[in-house]
Design a protein around this ligand. Sequence first.
Ligand code: IYR
Length: 230
Amino acid sequence: MFSQDNLKYDPIPLPDHVAQCDADMATAAKGFFETMARRHTVRDFDKTPVPRSIIETSIATAGRAPSGANHQPWFFAAISNADLKARIRAEAEVEERRFYAGGAGDEWIKALEPIGTNDHKPHLTDAPWLIVVFAQRYGEFSDGMRYKNYYVPESVGIACGFLIAALHHAGLSVLTHTPNPMKFLTPALDRPASEKPIMILAVGRAAQNATVPAVAKVKKPLSEIMTVWD
Ligand code: IYR
C-alpha cells in the first residue's frame, strides 16, 4: 500500500538528467509541437485490437505526472472486455439522453452544435479500449485509515494530459468522454467510494474514414493564449 508516512527529505541527484544546449531544446520543442498539433479528438474508431502493453506503458507515463505532495491521487481502469464496454456505453447513453433532451440547458447545447455531438456513443463499444480515470478524494491505508490528498483535480488533470499525449505519441487516437453524472462507473468497475470518476477515454486507432469537426482546426493563436514579460 502506498505510504510516504515515514519518509523524510532525502535529496538524491536528479535521476537521468541530460543537460541540453539551446539549439537542441529548440528543435525538440518544435518537434513536440508538430506531434501534438497533429492530435485531434476522434469519434470514429477502427475496431482492430490494440495490444494491452501499449495501454499499460501509456498509463505508466500518466503515473509520472507531478502531484500534490507526490500522493499520485489517480487510478486508471483499462477495459477491453466487450461486455463491460457495452454496459458502460448503455449506462452512459442513458445519461446522455437526459443531457441532450434538456438537462444540459440551451446555452450548453448551442456550444456543442459546431462539435456535432449527440446522445449516440458508438465509440464506447467500437474503440478497443476504454480507460476510466478516477480521482482519489482521499487515500486509504490498508487498515482503512484515511490520509488527505492535495490538489486532486489539478494532479489528475495533469496526469490525464500526460496520458492523452502518451497515447497520441504511440499513434493512437482518443476521445475524452464525460457522461454526467458518472457515478455508475464506481460500482461498475468495483472501485471504492473514496474515488470519483473523472473521465472516460475511448482509445484506439482512428478509423480510415474518421472525420473531425472543421472547428477542430481552429486553435487560438499564441498571442491570445500567452503574454511575455521579458
Ligand atoms: N458529455 C456529453 C456532452 C459534451 C460536452 C462537452 I463540454 C463536449 O466538449 C462534448 C460533449 C457528450 O459526450 O456528448
